[in-house]
Structures are given as structure tokens and as C-alpha cells.
Unconditional design. Structure first.
Ligand code: SF4
Ligand code: SF4
Lengths: 146, 146
DNA sequence: TTATATAAGACTAATTTAGTCGTATATTGG
DNA sequence: CCAATATACGACTAAATTAGTCTTATATAA
């Protein structure tokens, strides 16, 4: 039903949590997987892998050892929803032929919908690119930021 | 990866085929499941079920018996992509709590992303509502319509 | 009456997504 | 040094969804 997967939600929630923490407690910059897992009731091992992947892509920096955790490496304004979705959901691809390396769809030759779908696809992609994590924080979190 | 399911594609392809046939052969208004299945290499029993569902929702009318098949009941301008997506993919629901009857998501209480996601969701929904099957035909099929 | 079409529901297979487990490595602080 | 606590990472299992099949019934044209 046209939805993001759970890992994408966990990632956005985690980043969003770190963004707010920065606003509210600028002195406490580090956040452990355990902290987020406890707060939002996300299975710990799963969230850990999500954060590891975010670290691998450079969206957060990891700190090993006791009192370790993760720190945002970018300003929320510079992270788009599309960036995060890309990592866990892959590219927006309304039709599966949009992401396939090799066309296997037996309809492809005479397909009447792929071109107009591609336009729709781009419009949705643009929406995700234009929405930053700062926008997300701003919309539901204004009261908290002050 | 944010995609429509196969049945939605089959349905759109089928309707689109019927739309074009109307433009090109206004005298031949009936189209059988077999015809579409053969032309686009869609498994027949599956496509048959898709068309039956479209008939059930009133988007096409069915004609039993030899030389039977389906006929469009609406003008392409009056069918939106959202109508078809709704039938086979359900409502657009970027987050699963948007379609749940009962909130089961353990993150819901403190969730930081559901409100801004809802806005994104509406924008995408609007895109789908605003795209009609006539738009689809117009974009990749102009050459054929003349 | 036969051939061809839709109607509908139960069933199975394939794929994808979600979540778990085990082990290794790095760092802090006593 | 050493114990406690974190991340790193890959293999694995379970659950859910999606895709596709099979079977039987019914309607209609010729
Ligand atoms: S070719 Fe057409 S039917 Fe096949 S995946 Fe692309 S859009 Fe869908
Ligand atoms: S409450 Fe938040 S985490 Fe849960 S489904 Fe809704 S948007 Fe996703």
C-alpha cells in the first residue's frame, strides 16, 4: 500500500530524536542505540543495525566503547527524507522496471504506462528530496524547540 | 522501495489498453481478458481476477459468454490513478499507522515523525488523484491517438 | 448443445521484510 | 590490566505480503 519499511521509519525516528536533543541539550551530543531503543520501544538489535548502516553512509558518526553511541554529522537542514529512504528502501520506483538493472518485465515492450509512471515517480522523488529533517522537526516539534 | 503492486500495474495497463482501443476503434468497444493477457504477457487467471475486481468496483462492465469481455464505464478523464491504486494497493499510507483501524505501533505515543509524514502522505495522494487515465494516455500515446 | 467467456473462492509458491543470534572489536574507568 | 559497555557485522530464522494457480460454477452466442 505504498509505504516505507520499518527500518526507514526507525532511522528517521532515530535521527529526528538526535536532532531534537541537539536543540534541547546542545551539550549532550552523543546518543546510544540503547537510549533510542528504550525510548521508542524498537527491538534493540534491529535498531543497532539501522544505526550502523547510517554510520556506514556517513549520516552519523559512531563512537565505540563505554559512553559511546552516535552523533549527527550533518545539520538537519542538510539531510533529506530521500537520503534516508534511499538507504533502506532503495530508490523510489513505482514500477519495478525503474530500478531493474536488466529489464525482465514481460510487459515492457508494449507497456503503455511506464512513461507516464516515470513522471509521477519523479514528482514523488522530488517531494522526498525537498523535505529535510529540519522540516520534519519544525512541523511537529515547534513547541519543543523554543 | 515504494512501489505499486503487480495487480495495480495490470489493472492500469488493462484500462489504458481499453482507453486506446476506444480512440482507435470506436466501433469495437469490448475487450476480453484473453486479449489483454496475450498482448501484454500477463498470466491469464491473474488478469481475469483483476478485471473481475474492476468490474466489482464499477470501473468496467462485464459481458458474459462468447464474444464477451469488458467495457469501460467511465471516460478516461474521470478515472484517476488513485482510484485504481486504492483498489489493489489500498490507501496511500507511508506509515502503517495511517491505515490501521487500531494503533498497534509501539512507537506511536512519542513518535516524532507521524505528523510530518502525514503531510507528505497527503501530497502524494493528491498527485495520484490529480493524474487521470486520460493524462496517462496523453503522455505516452499522443502519436497513436491522432 | 457446444464453445467461449466471466465469477469467485480456496489454495500454493515465491518474495520481501522483520527480527534474532553469535562473535569480534573498541573504549572508558576502576 | 580488566571488567563493563558500546558498536560492527554477517549469518540465520520467522513472519507477512504478494504473486500466481486451480477448481468449479454460470452466462451467452452461434
Ligand atoms: S514495463 Fe510497464 S508493466 Fe513492466 S514494470 Fe515497467 S511499468 Fe510495470
Ligand atoms: S506511530 Fe510513528 S513509527 Fe509508528 S507507524 Fe506511525 S509513523 Fe511509523
Amino acid at each position: 500500500m505504498l509505504h516505507f519499511n520499518r527500518k526507514t521509519e526507525y532511522a528517521l525516528l532515530a535521527i529526528e530524536h538526535m536532532v531534537r536533543k541537539e536543540y534541547q541539550h546542545p551539550q549532550v551530543l552523543i546518543t546510544s542505540a540503547r537510549e533510542i531503543s528504550d525510548l521508542y520501544h524498537i527491538p534493540y538489535p534491529l535498531l543497532a543495525k539501522v544505526l550502523q548502516k547510517l554510520a556506514g553512509r556517513g549520516l552519523v558518526k559512531s563512537v565505540h566503547g563505554t559512553k559511546g553511541g552516535y552523533v549527527l554529522t550533518k545539520r538537519p537542514h542538510d539531510i533529506s527524507v530521500a537520503d534516508v529512504v534511499q538507504i533502506f528502501d532503495g530508490p523510489v520506483a513505482l514500477a519495478e522496471c525503474f530500478r531493474a538493472q536488466k529489464i525482465t518485465c514481460p510487459q515492457w515492450d508494449g507497456c503503455l504506462i511506464k512513461d507516464p509512471f516515470y513522471e509521477l515517480n519523479n514528482k514523488i522523488q522530488t517531494l522526498l528530496v525537498q523535505t529535510s529533517l529540519a522540516d520534519l522537526a519544525g512541523k511537529s516539534g515547534e513547541a519543543l524547540i523554543g
